[in-house]
Write a protein that binds this ligand. Structure first.
Ligand SMILES: [Zn+2]
Length: 316
């Protein structure tokens, strides 16, 4: 069975080992994704010299950085960076529970997208656990404006993304994607979209000792008059699709699949984090909703929408 969104929680059918490079440190990284019990959620287990044995939940309350990537920390100096593309793959494919052991403070960048994580998860597959899946159900619209960016979560019977970006370069300009998300749509429409950067920024970051692992193997590089990567783009609007992928990863920090619609204009990791924080700060804006056990849905690629429709029917 491949990814699915059913009425029961899932985990990986077996463990997965991956190696790669940290995009900021340039250092080699090994990660192992382990199956985990019901209600574990997605958790990082740090196994490096600085933070041996420290666990950090993939939770909005653990966010300690949002500048170039999303960083999670335990408040005592232990942290793990660039979590978004891996969390996007896990959430995008409907994995509720997993323990992610990592020997570096940074998740490997792989090819700059979620594609290799998705491939590895699809290879082992998922198993259903006993506990019913729990959704974070948005009950009212929460809007955040931040330095020209707007983000909004609103009620929706499924998981809908509406992402818009605008960059003053002919290679990007204004791009918008609207998508009802389920594992098939995530795999097909978002998972292969790579991170991107402007050559002039990358050169500045390199000079500052950052983005040392960034290369044309993991970043779409935009020059003054061309896309530098010889292979070109994977989707004609790969940039906005990557922003949507980032949003899936950042919203995984809600701690459960979201039943709601997320709209973002000119946003990024910071906005995604601010919207989640604003929602959790308002107790009337959300509730945890459990999928009923006796109406189990077992089918590859069923959407949140279908699971939600069953759920609504059971409750009404
Ligand atoms: Zn990204």
């Amino acid at each position: 069975m491949r990814g699915f969104i059913g009425a029961r929680q899932t985990t990986l059918a077996s463990e997965i080992s991956l190696t790669g490079t940290g995009v900021h440190s340039g250092a080699p990284v090994s990660i192992v994704l382990y199956p985990a019990d019901d209600d574990t959620g997605l958790r990082f287990l740090l196994s490096n010299d600085v933070a041996e044995g420290t666990e950090i939940a993939a939770d909005h309350g653990s966010v300690t950085g949002v500048m170039l990537c999303t960083v999670l920390g335990d408040g005592n100096g232990a942290s793990v960076a660039t979590v978004e593309h891996l969390l996007a793959a896990l959430r995008g494919l409907g994995v509720d529970n997993a323990l992610i052991e990592i020997d570096s403070p940074e998740v490997p960048i792989m090819d700059g997208s979620s594609a290799q994580f998705v491939e590895a998860i699809d290879e082992v597959g998922l198993v259903e656990l006993d506990a019913p899946r729990r959704f974070l159900k948005v009950l009212k619209t929460v809007t955040v404006e931040d330095a020209g960016a707007i983000g909004e979560l609103s009620p929706y019977n499924g998981f809908h993304l509406d992402i818009e970006i605008e960059f003053d370069t002919p290679f990007i300009g204004k791009q918008r994607i609207e998508i009802d998300l389920n594992p098939g749509a995530f795999r097909r429409e978002l998972s292969r979209a790579r991170t991107f950067g402007f050559m002039k920024d990358v050169e500045r970051l390199w000079a500052a000792g950052l983005a040392l692992g960034a290369s044309l193997d993991n970043t779409v590089a935009i020059g003054d008059d061309r896309i530098i990567n010889r292979e070109g783009l994977r989707y004609s609007d790969e940039f906005v699709r990557h922003k949507a992928l980032d949003a899936v990863g950042d919203l995984a920090l809600a701690g459960a699949p979201i039943l709601g619609a997320y709209r973002s204009s000119r946003g990024g990791h910071r906005l995604n984090s601010l919207v989640l924080k604003a929602m959790f700060a308002d107790a009337d804006a959300w509730t945890m909703a459990e999928a009923p056990r006796h109406r189990e849905v077992r089918h590859a690629d069923l959407s949140h929408r279908l699971a939600a429709a069953n759920f609504a029917a059971e409750r009404s």
